[in-house]
Design a protein around this ligand. Structure first.
Ligand SMILES: CC(C)(COP(=O)(O)OP(=O)(O)OC[C@H]1O[C@@H](n2cnc3c(N)ncnc32)[C@H](O)[C@@H]1OP(=O)(O)O)[C@@H](O)C(=O)NCCC(=O)NCCS
Length: 167
């Protein structure tokens, strides 16, 4: 298998790439293409990035890296919110390829990463070095039943407050 990774700044994305991404997302989240596109237009901004991975011609994995700010240990920290993590098919190792690429992109750009996930995915992300933040340390009005995980943050996270946009 020959995987190719494309890192696309949202301000540079083509209509064709946007459609490919929405088709991939629609495999995992049951909304129409138009609904996926609408979500993108409403929630993704010019300075955000997309990671799209292809196996040959076929898109197999996707996530976005959204430019947000979290308050960590009482300081504003610019981070990338890793959202809409998805693969076209489970059991083929695409999830491994995706998270390794995500970590590489974060490290190369010296970005810190944050993601939100349900309990059953914590182990998946831990496999790639992401750290679960203790729920008692998190303050985020819009996100009650969800876990916050962080990548490449050197200090112990004593507190994390998140009031920025959806990703
Ligand atoms: C989450 C998701 C991206 C994982 O990708 P995937 O293609 O299913 O993962 P793979 O089949 O390639 O598995 C990769 C590895 O992760 C492990 N893994 C996958 N899901 C896991 C889970 N829930 N818990 C623990 N490990 C998990 C696999 O066992 C495999 O490990 P191995 O290589 O050591 O055998 C994918 O299932 C998906 O798109 N889910 C629907 C959308 C979603 O919920 N996204 C997450 C939003 S936070």
């Amino acid at each position: 298998m020959k995987f190719t990774t494309t890192l696309i700044k949202h301000s540079d994305i083509s209509e064709e790439q946007l459609t490919e991404i929405c088709k991939l997302k629609a495999i995992r989240w049951d909304y129409t293409l138009d609904q996926h596109k609408k979500w993108m237009i409403e929630n993704i901004q010019a300075n955000d990035f997309h990671i799209l991975i292809n196996d040959g011609e076929k898109p197999i994995a996707y996530t976005n890296l959204v430019d947000i700010t979290a308050i960590i240990n009482d300081e504003n920290v610019q981070v990338r919110g890793i959202g809409n993590v998805c693969t076209s098919e489970t059991g083929k190792g695409f999830g491994n390829v995706l998270m390794k690429e995500v970590n590489t992109v974060l490290t190369q750009n010296q970005w810190k990463g944050i993601l939100l996930c349900k309990d059953h995915l914590v182990l998946y992300y831990e496999k790639f070095g992401w750290k679960l933040i203790d729920k008692h340390s998190v303050q985020a009005e819009k996100y009650n039943e969800i876990n916050f995980m962080i990548y490449d943050f050197p200090q112990v996270v004593v507190s994390l407050t998140y009031n920025d946009r959806n990703f």
